[in-house]
Design a protein. Structure first.
Length: 851
């Protein structure tokens, strides 16, 4: 019996439409029906309120003017959950179900009152009240018996779709629409597997054929999700089953199109809650849509695709709230989306990995059969399977919720083998997720998995298991749940973002060099985005007292004030936060002169976070530490760049690396490596006190934060040692001779004591100058490296020397190599200063992005 809330006389008022008789492409679906009919399904969010219902009605009425429409609706948003809760409460003897039902009743009554003119409300209000009385009686029964069978649960939950469809039908009636309300339970026949019933397509198609041949309305409205078994008991089609209902209608009637209307403009390349740059997919194949929806893209209920795919009916996913947006078209043919053969990236959370391992499995047939039988008997759904080709282990991915039961049944099934040591008890690892890259066209493109795993690896994502079917539509990887957001963003950037790559910077140090770096970043950001397709965001910034973080990028116009007001914290707090943020393409930038900061590089590299440093402490500490950092960078496939350690912004280390990589060998290095000392000796002639010239160098930003490191020669020792190490030499600070010129008394006390002492020692400095001038020489602090030995010291430089004409704060490096034996390779230019150093750090950051 079909329920109609139309006045009986109206039912025959619609003219019989011309039918296009088209055979089903699926031979199991017999019959010839019209294809000038559309099926439109609206989800819970689309019918969540009277306002939304009105939007639905507008859309449907427009469509119904063009061709007959079957409108399938879900329950009002939130109602299904509330009904399930009411059932649950009543089964537990909790009378709160009554209040919950009252609330639900009110929600529906309110919707009717908002939708209908007052004089037309009473019939529908009574109908709704009647349904709630019935529903309450069912829940009362459950309450008394303290028992909620799946069958009763289906009966309770079915009210959601019944009520929403009846409410919309009432509105259509008030508009004098030519429509018919159809009870889906009368047309869709299933087995009696309550909660997730299987459709009997032969019976369903035949009922639909009869029904739609007898009735010719321009608009039909049907509740989604619900069906009935042969005994006319209400069943349901699984959570999200309204999509499936619509698909069943569409396939049975060979509809021209199935439209799934929801609250987003189609399927997206990734979950937009996780990936800011996720884009709508305009065109996708049935297979791809199934893969994506199975792997968590909850736009469409996965079983929905099957019936329409068999009948070759296109599916459109559209947005009720943006009806003009194109949405996603799902059909057989797949066009290439903007040159990409990957359609989307999806994930499923709450995954456990069960591993059955043991030498006793090798070459013995039947192990996997027993494993899967044990899981099937326990109704544990297997989401992913991998088996090593050595047959030594089988690994399955299942829902976390099933893990304990699954372990018990598998251990029981293999009890004998475990006791006899042939296999180990099942290992369970929880807190995992499955990440899936989906695209039918990846089949014909080698290198997709290489690109996928390369990108994940470079960002320190550990892949626990991998599965790819021979259809090559999906590559799945099991990873830690805490890595999902980062991993999806990495893959999205790799496969979809031709626009730009995002680099997340964490900067320690906001002094001379740090401030200039932040200025340069601010000025250059839009250029980089436009020309290098690089979006740089400073996500973290710290000085010695405070730590500032903002995942959307710190406002660089205002960083000083923001840092001043930031949370007090130290470098270890910053490192903890960097690791917790777990952002892709993370780079730690050290623009301090601090040993504690240099001490954290290792732990960051191990987390696949690149390090860029102008701080020289790490590379000039014990050789073993320097070496370890370099190996960690290699091992974790990230960058450790420190070009500014020597010659500030000059390309000294890079050039040396290029020489060596191309097979050259360094025989000797001669260099002036201190900008400060070059500046000082270029400006000192005994007229102005030496201390004053040093002070000027410090004021102009050439010295180390502690200028004694420059004046005492330590800074130059560090630099020549770094060059020697980069040339392949194992060398320590103790191996370098320092022929310093500063009286020992200058090293006592504070930096201010140092200046005071230099003033006292003015005669000493004047004598050094006069001695050199008498020989027509200039004073230069020169670093030399040859045959594994290095030295630094003040030298008299005659006019014919390469170093003589070296002005201001310039550095000069001469590399004598196998390929440059007589005439050295020369690098010359400003070797100190905050601006040039910051630009060298900047260049290293860009190198990281390009690496
Ligand atoms: N000035 C130059 O020409 C060149 C400098 N460099 C290097 O640049 C580095 C920075 O030099 P400047 O900017 O002049 O120093 P600075 O003293 O002006 O700034 C240092 C910054 O580091 C911060 N800091 C210190 N300890 C910290 C900690 N534990 N955690 C977080 N932040 C901390 C300070 O608060 C300050 O913001 C030095 O290592 C220097 O060797 C390298 C090449 C050239
Ligand atoms: N203090 C250094 C700066 C760069 O390392 C110098 O003077 O060269």
């Amino acid at each position: 019996m079909y329920i109609s809330i139309l006045p009986a006389g109206r039912q025959k008022a619609v003219s019989v439409k011309q039918k296009h008789r088209i055979p089903f492409s699926n031979p199991s679906q017999q019959g010839y029906y019209t294809n000038n009919m559309k099926v439109l399904k609206f989800g819970g969010s689309s019918v969540a309120s009277a306002v939304n219902m009105n939007k639905v009605i507008d859309i449907v009425q427009q469509e119904a003017k063009k061709e007959p429409v079957i409108l399938v609706v879900s329950a009002m948003g939130g109602v299904t959950d509330a009904l399930l809760k009411a059932g649950d409460l009543s089964s537990k003897g909790d009378e709160a179900y009554k209040a919950l039902l009252k609330e639900l009743e009110q929600k529906h009554l309110d919707a009717v009152r908002s939708l209908l003119p007052i004089q037309q409300q009473s019939a529908t209000l009574s109908l709704i009240k009647q349904h709630f009385n019935d529903l309450e009686s069912v829940c009362d029964g459950v309450f008394l018996l303290r028992e909620l069978s799946p069958r009763t649960k289906d009966r309770i939950v079915a009210y959601g779709e019944l009520l929403s469809s009846l409410t919309i039908a009432a509105k259509l009636q008030s508009l004098n629409a030519h429509y018919q309300w159809v009870d889906s339970r009368q047309l869709i026949t299933t087995n009696s597997h309550f909660g997730n019933a299987a459709v009997d397509f032969a019976a369903t198609n035949s009922k639909m054929k009869c029904y739609f041949e007898e009735h010719q309305y321009q608009l039909y409205i049907a509740p989604g999700f619900i069906a009935a078994d042969e005994a006319q008991q209400t069943t349901t089609l699984g959570r999200g089953g309204s999509d499936y209902t619509a698909s069943i209608f569409a396939a049975a009637l060979n509809a021209s199109v199935l439209e799934i209307w929801t609250d987003v403009s189609g399927m997206m390349t990734a979950d937009p809650r996780l990936v800011q740059n996720a884009k709508p997919i305009q065109h996708i194949s049935y297979q791809e849509a199934m893969e994506l929806s199975h792997f968590g893209a909850k736009i469409i209920y996965p079983p929905t695709i099957q019936p329409v795919m068999l009948a070759n009916i296109p599916v459109f996913v559209k947005n009720t709230f943006e009806p003009d947006a194109y949405g996603t078209l799902i059909e057989n043919a797949t066009a290439v989306n903007g040159g990409s053969f990957i359609r989307g990236i999806s994930s499923i959370n709450n995954i456990s990995l069960l591993s059955l391992e043991g030498g006793g499995m090798v070459g013995i047939p039947g192990f996997s059969k027993r494993l899967f039988e044990a899981l099937a008997n326990e109704r544990v759904n297997v989401i992913l399977i991998t088996q090593s080709s050595s047959e030594h282990s089988i690994c399955v991915g299942i829902n976390d919720a099933d893990a304990t039961r699954a372990k018990q049944v598998i251990d029981l099934a293999f009890d004998f083998e475990i006791k006899t040591g042939k296999v180990d008890p099942v290992k369970v690892e929880s807190g995992l997720a499955i990440l899936a890259l989906v695209g039918e066209k990846m089949k014909s493109h080698p290198g997709v998995s290489g690109k996928m795993f390369g990108a994940l690896g470079r960002n320190g994502i550990n892949v626990r298991a991998i599965a790819q079917g021979s259809s090559e539509k999906n590559i799945s990887a099991v990873i830690a749940a805490s890595d999902v957001k980062k991993a999806i963003n990495i893959l999205h950037e790799e496969f979809f973002e031709t626009t730009y790559k995002q680099l997340n910077l964490f900067i320690a140090g906001a002094g001379n060099v740090g401030s200039k770096l932040l200025d340069q970043l601010k000025k250059q950001m839009s250029y980089l985005q436009q020309h290098l397709r690089l979006q740089i965001r400073v996500v973290g910034l710290a000085n010695s007292k405070r730590v500032l973080l903002n995942e959307d990028g710190i406002d660089l116009e205002n960083w000083k004030a923001l840092l001043q007001d930031a949370t007090p914290g130290n470098i270890h707090d910053l490192v903890t936060r960097i690791k917790a943020k777990n952002l892709r393409n993370s780079v730690f930038v050290d623009v301090t002169a601090n040993a504690e900061v240099a001490g954290v590089y290792g732990s960051l590299l191990e987390k696949s976070i690149s390090v860029v440093a102008c701080n020289k402490i790490a590379c000039s500490s014990a050789y073993s530490s320097y070496q370890q950092l370099k190996s960690l960078a290699r091992e974790y496939n990230v960058a450790f760049f420190f070009e500014t350690n020597v010659g500030a912004g000059l390309p000294v280390i890079g050039t040396l690396n290029d020489l060596l990589r191309s097979g050259d060998q360094v025989n000797r290095i001669q260099a002036v490596l201190s900008g400060t000392l070059n500046f000082v000796f270029n400006h000192y002639d005994g007229k102005k006190p030496f201390a004053q010239v040093v002070r000027q160098a410090q004021d102009e930003g050439y010295t180390e934060p502690d200028p004694r490191l420059d004046l005492g020669g330590t800074d130059v020792m560090r630099k020549i040692m770094i060059l020697a190490r980069e040339s392949g030499q194992v060398i320590e600070m103790e191996d370098i001779t320092n022929n310093g010129f500063l009286p020992a008394s200058c090293f006592d006390g504070t930096v201010e004591d140092f200046y005071a002492e230099m003033e006292k020692q003015e005669k000493h400095f004047k004598a050094l100058y006069d001695e050199a001038a008498a020989q027509k020489c200039k004073l230069k602090f020169v670093a030399s490296y040859q045959d594994g030995k290095a030295s630094v010291g003040l030298q008299h430089i005659p006019a014919d020397s390469d170093f003589y004409h070296l002005y201001g704060k310039d550095n000069l490096v001469l590399f004598y190599t196998e390929r440059y034996p007589e005439q050295p390779l020369v690098i010359k230019g400003a070797g100190a200063g905050a601006e040039v150093t910051a630009s060298g750090v900047f260049a290293d950051i860009i190198r990281v992005a390009k690496a």
